[in-house]
Design a binder for this molecule. Sequence first.
Ligand SMILES: Nc1ncnc2c1ncn2[C@@H]1O[C@H](COP(=O)(O)OP(=O)(O)OP(=O)(O)O)[C@@H](O)[C@H]1O
Length: 331
Amino acid sequence: MALLTVNNIKTYFYLDGEELPAVDDVSFTLEENKTLAMIGESGSGKSVLVLSIMGLVDKPGKVLQGEALYGDSVPRDLLKLKERDMQKIRGNEIAMIYQDPMSTLNPLIPVGKQIEEALLIHKKGNKKENRKKTLQLMEDVGISDAQERFMDLPSKFSGGMRQRIMIAMAIACNPKILIADEPTTALDVTIQAEILDLLKKLQKEQKMAMILNTHDLGVVKDMAHDVCVMYCGKVMEKAASTEIFMNPMNPYTIGLMECMPGQGNPKEKLQAIEGYVPHPSDFPKGCRFSSRCPYAIDKCHSQLPELVEVSPNHFVRCFLVQEGIPLIKKA
Ligand SMILES: Nc1ncnc2c1ncn2[C@@H]1O[C@H](COP(=O)(O)OP(=O)(O)OP(=O)(O)O)[C@@H](O)[C@H]1O
């Protein structure tokens, strides 16, 4: 069942007299207890999208349109809630973790106190219960000597351990949705796997739904039930994860797959998508990927394709796919 239905969100930034479409008409559904991965290179709009849903976009940004219908029986539009009501949901029913734990953790306050604070803000229990719950949360996220480490400052912990503390804060109030924005990007590869395993375990135990922003298809394959591929503020492809990996259709998705280690002959050099993600002030006139797409035809440079359901629950934004034109790379 749908827990969050996002319809047509547009979030633009206004800088130096220019209008910058960071998130441009994005829609998706997050199912209860499921993980939806948002994948795309840096600058594709993943962070701005989740900040828009959380009501955390500040000037010069503005959410111009859309709805984020949250809840299963009587859904409420998060974008229309008063800040006071949104505060009750943020950190309580919908929690977020970021790439850099130090941007969330206060360096001057012991970690145990910070986790406890997350419970206090939402008035969860009395002092004694909260202390017990905090120690349990620390154990749950893999800090085994919780009692001894309760009063330690964040600086006493490694990057991976800080991320565990941030996860403990995020899950303290048993959120229904956890938004993880590049949660492992800043960590060593071995630690990344541990944090992802932890998120997977907690999601199952706590029956949370999760939105996972990442630029790493390996993470998507391992974690996600559903996938949205984003590029330059637009959804390029959307389907169940198994379908995306078996049958990627959009040239951008195919490009991302070709960059993924372990896809082809291990002796061969990894492919890369040529060029860079354009800045929003410089998006191509037609399909946003047309300036880098190895298959682009004339039409792709002048018209923007719609996102079309090409098979049940598989949506693709590409003229070639929609018109059945075979993808042939230009020499
Ligand atoms: N405060 C801001 N002012 C102006 N432009 C912004 C601001 N925040 C984001 N943007 C622009 O919005 C676009 C989308 O950025 P966003 O951070 O959402 O991308 P992303 O896919 O999450 O990438 P990353 O993983 O690097 O954060 C980018 O072009 C970015 O430059």
